[in-house]
Every structure is written in structure tokens, then in C-alpha cells.
Design a protein around this ligand. Structure first.
Ligand code: BES
Ligand code: MN
Ligand code: MN
Length: 456
């Protein structure tokens, strides 16, 4: 049970916490953009300074990319140790003109704080810092041992965190890990997530003639890289949503009947989703419900596509090159390395003569399932109940948090709490990203309660 004076303190400091979140959002820590490298570093320093001010011992570690922050406050020999993971990097804000208030000048409107990173993950992560600050100010010490691991490359697939985790196994030893970087199933329905999809991401570049050609003069005799690209892409998936790469489904574990039933019992409002997205129909894979497709089926998406002329009017050319970015979301037990190899083999096998098809690999992360029944989950369940005043539901999530499978496989920690305070309509990665002030406050209360619930 969380002491009453701590809840009171969290209530009293609400506005100060909101101001602090705004300060954090003001640092444009876009990890993907080299122009923001210094800002990403500033965000790392901001986090480290907060931790050090609260008596955590730690430092910033250089990597080949953005820094990793590790800090700990472990006053007990015989007490539980919780490792809290979060990320201080954010997605690029574009299209900037679609934002009602600028992405890095946060604004509070109608109970929400708007800005890039508000929910993903600055706001959600900050709940732990504020919870611990409140506990320390009221009781002088935290009830259990706490370690922090905060990175600046989550949005890039945590490429440099993997070697860090391998190298720092000892420091990272813990009984449980808490991550608030997902979302509630629906606004006002707190959620414990027990699975994440994995991902593999590739770029296709199709090269034809050395320069753009007159399509009247050469057309018909020279392979057009844009035509070839769309032909290849069209053969990756059929119109019922089935992915056509041979072997793609070999390791997919079917959703079990109990899980289908559980998902079907959740109040998923398809009409509201369509309305929110301004589309008339959803297009789930044949044989599956939209929810099953979003949480527990693999996908293949073209994330971007380019080539040739797209300016005003017309230009009659055969472009010399064309390209696309393609990602596949993976489910247990698909292996990102194996799927990447199958993808490349298949694309090579359907690529015609007359062009060169180049494939570049980006992030590869494993899907993961974590236990949903043990003492750690029970502690989280109670903490969320006291923070949100509601009983949490269990779901799997369609997104990926790259490092989670390594926590399980490298550190050997199975007790991983994926307890997102956000909401699916927060607009993570979209313009006008936001975080509800209510969820922020309930998240802080839940985070504080978690430390007490985990105490033995
Ligand atoms: N916080 C998300 C992951 C997430 C989203 C989990 C929704 C559960 C529900 C994270 O910041 C993210 O966006 N991850 C990327 C990973 C990718 C770059 C490897 C993703 O899922 O696209
Ligand atoms: Mn995130
Ligand atoms: Mn994200």
C-alpha cells in the first residue's frame, strides 16, 4: 500500500510535474536526424541530472550513436530490485505544418499536453522520476532498490543498446523490469501488455539506366525501375492480406482460441476507429479480426516509396532509379534474421534482368511474449488499480520495443512489466501527439504504488 502522504504530495505537485514535462518536450531530441544530435545529448543530460539530484548514482555512457544513461539507488541488501527502462529520444515531427501548436513548444489544451514525445516516451517515462521524487521527499528513502536504463535510440531500433546490455549484465541485474512505453487498450482502460511484435526493416533501391531517359525514344525496350519496383512490391502480398514470401509463416504461432476469445471480449469500437481515421472500411487479413491483426498477426507495409517525376504537369521519362522502404512486423516465433533472408531471397528471385535491385537492412528486433501470471504482475495489477482506480485488462501490443527480447534473452529477466499509461489516440508518431494530464497523474501514482507493491 502506498502511504497517503505520498499520494497527497503527488496531487499537490501536479502542475509542477506538468511544467517539467513541458521542459523535457522542449528539447527536440529527434534521434533519426543528425542535425539534432546535440539536442539528443541535451535530453540525456537532462535525465541524468534529474536522477543525480535524487541521489542516484550513475553516468552517461557513450556509444557509437546516442548516449545511454544508467543510474541506480540500491540501499538494500535483501530487497527487490526494479530496473526501469525508458527512452528520451523522439520521432521526427514532420509534417510540421500539420501541428496545431509547434511540436517542440508544448501547449496544454483541454486536459492534454501536446508536443512530440508527450506520450512516446517522455511523459510516460517521467512518471517514474516524479513518483520517486515524491517518495523521497515524504519518506526519505525508496522502498526497494531501483535502477534506471534510459536510451536515446529506441526509435531507431536500439541498435547500440544491445551491445551495452551485453557488456553491463552485472549492473543490470534485477528482479523485474518496468517499462511504460505502450498504451492502455482504450482511454480510461488501464492495461498490462504481455507481448510485443518484432520488426525487420529494409530499403529497396532499383537502379536502371545511368540517367533519366526520353520515354518515347527508349520506352518499351528498357526496363523501367519504377515499373519494376511496383511489380516487385505487388508480389509481396495478395489482396487478402496474405504475405507471399515463401516460408514467411512457417514459424508463426497461431493465436490460441482462449486468446481470440479474450480479444473479442474487449470493447473494441470499430466504428469509432474508422471515424477517427476518416476511412470507410478496415482491411484486416482474411480470416482474422482487426484486433487480432493489430496485435498478434505479422504484417508487411511499404513505409515510403519514391522514383521519377512528381512535380507539376508531366515529364515523359524513364527514371534511372526508384526505391521503397518496407517493414514487416513479426510475431512469435518468427526470427527477424530468418525473415530478412527469406525476403531477400524472394525479391532476388522475382527481380527481372535489366535492373539492379539493391537491398539495405535496417533494424531487426525479435517479437516477445512475457508472463502474465506471477507475483510481479500481481504487484503491477494492484499498483495500477490504486493509481487509475480501475482494474487493468491484458493485451498484446502491435508495436515494438527493440530491447525487450534482449532483456529476456541476454539478462535472463522474464518479469517484464509493459505497463503503458498512454492512450491509443495519443497520436504517437503522428502530428499533434499528446498525453492526457489525467493519465500522466494516474501514471505517477501507479509508478509510486508499484515500488511499494514490489517490496517484500
Ligand atoms: N513506444 C513505441 C512502441 C509501442 C507502441 C509499443 C505502441 C506498444 C504499443 C516505441 O517507441 C516505438 O515506436 N517503437 C518502434 C520500434 C522500431 C523503430 C524498431 C516501432 O514500433 O515502430
Ligand atoms: Mn516509445
Ligand atoms: Mn515510438
Amino acid at each position: 500500500m502506498i502511504p497517503a502522504e505520498i499520494l497527497e504530495k503527488i496531487g499537490k505537485e501536479r502542475h509542477a510535474y506538468e511544467k517539467e514535462l513541458m521542459e523535457f518536450i522542449r528539447i527536440p531530441s529527434v534521434s533519426a536526424d543528425p542535425k539534432h544530435a546535440n539536442d539528443v545529448r541535451k535530453a540525456a543530460e537532462w535525465v541524468l541530472e534529474k536522477l543525480q539530484k535524487m541521489g542516484f548514482e550513475g553516468r552517461s555512457y557513450e556509444t557509437e550513436g546516442h548516449p545511454v544513461i544508467y543510474a541506480e539507488r540500491c540501499p538494500y541488501k535483501d530487497q527487490q530490485t526494479l530496473l526501469i527502462y525508458g527512452h528520451y529520444d523522439v520521432q521526427p515531427p514532420d509534417p510540421v505544418e500539420a501541428w496545431k501548436s509547434p511540436p517542440f513548444s508544448p501547449e496544454i489544451r483541454d486536459g492534454y499536453i501536446y508536443g512530440r514525445g508527450a506520450t512516446d516516451d517522455k511523459g510516460q517515462f517521467l512518471t517514474y522520476l516524479k513518483a520517486i521524487e515524491a517518495i523521497l521527499s515524504e519518506s526519505g528513502e525508496i522502498p526497494i532498490n531501483v535502477k534506471f536504463l534510459v536510451e536515446g535510440e529506441e526509435e531507431l531500433g536500439s541498435i547500440n543498446l544491445v551491445p551495452f546490455v551485453k557488456k553491463h549484465k552485472k549492473e543490470l541485474e534485477a528482479d523485474a523490469i518496468a517499462i511504460s512505453d505502450s498504451a492502455q487498450f482504450a482511454s480510461g482502460m488501464p492495461t498490462i501488455c504481455y507481448g510485443l511484435r518484432g520488426i525487420t526493416y529494409l530499403q529497396l533501391d532499383v537502379y536502371g539506366p545511368a540517367f533519366d531517359l526520353h520515354s518515347g525514344h527508349y520506352g518499351g525496350a528498357v526496363a523501367n525501375p519504377a515499373n519494376v519496383l511496383v511489380e516487385i512490391l505487388s508480389r509481396l502480398m495478395d489482396n487478402e492480406g496474405k504475405i507471399l514470401i515463401p516460408g514467411f509463416y512457417d514459424d508463426v504461432i497461431d493465436i490460441e482460441p482462449w486468446e481470440c476469445k479474450e480479444m473479442a471480449s474487449l470493447p473494441y469500437e470499430e466504428e469509432a476507429v474508422k471515424k477517427h481515421l476518416c476511412i470507410k472500411h478496415l482491411k484486416p487479413e482474411k480470416g482474422y479480426t482487426p484486433l487480432e491483426c493489430m496485435k498478434a498477426r505479422p504484417t508487411l507495409d511499404i513505409n515510403g516509396i519514391w522514383g521519377g517525376y512528381s512535380g507539376p504537369g508531366t515529364k515523359t521519362i524513364i527514371p534511372s532509379k526508384a526505391g521503397a522502404k518496407v517493414s514487416m512486423r513479426l510475431v512469435p516465433d518468427q526470427d527477424p534474421e530468418k525473415i530478412t533472408a527469406l525476403f531477400k531471397e524472394y525479391v532476388n528471385s522475382i527481380s527481372p534482368e535489366g535492373v539492379t535491385v539493391q537491398m539495405t537492412e535496417f533494424q531487426k528486433n525479435h517479437p516477445v511474449i512475457v508472463p502474465r501470471e506471477n507475483d510481479t504482475i500481481k504487484a503491477a495489477f494492484c499498483a495500477i488499480q490504486s493509481g487509475f482506480g480501475k482494474t487493468p485488462v491484458f493485451i498484446r501490443e502491435g508495436g515494438s520495443i527493440g530491447i525487450v527480447s534482449d532483456f529476456k534473452n541476454v539478462l535472463g529477466i522474464e518479469n517484464i512489466l509493459l505497463i503503458g499509461w498512454g492512450s491509443p489516440d495519443d497520436g504517437a508518431h503522428s502530428p499533434n501527439e499528446r498525453f492526457s494530464l489525467e493519465d500522466f497523474n494516474n501514471g505517477i501514482k501507479s509508478a509510486a504504488a508499484l515500488l511499494y507493491e514490489l517490496k517484500v
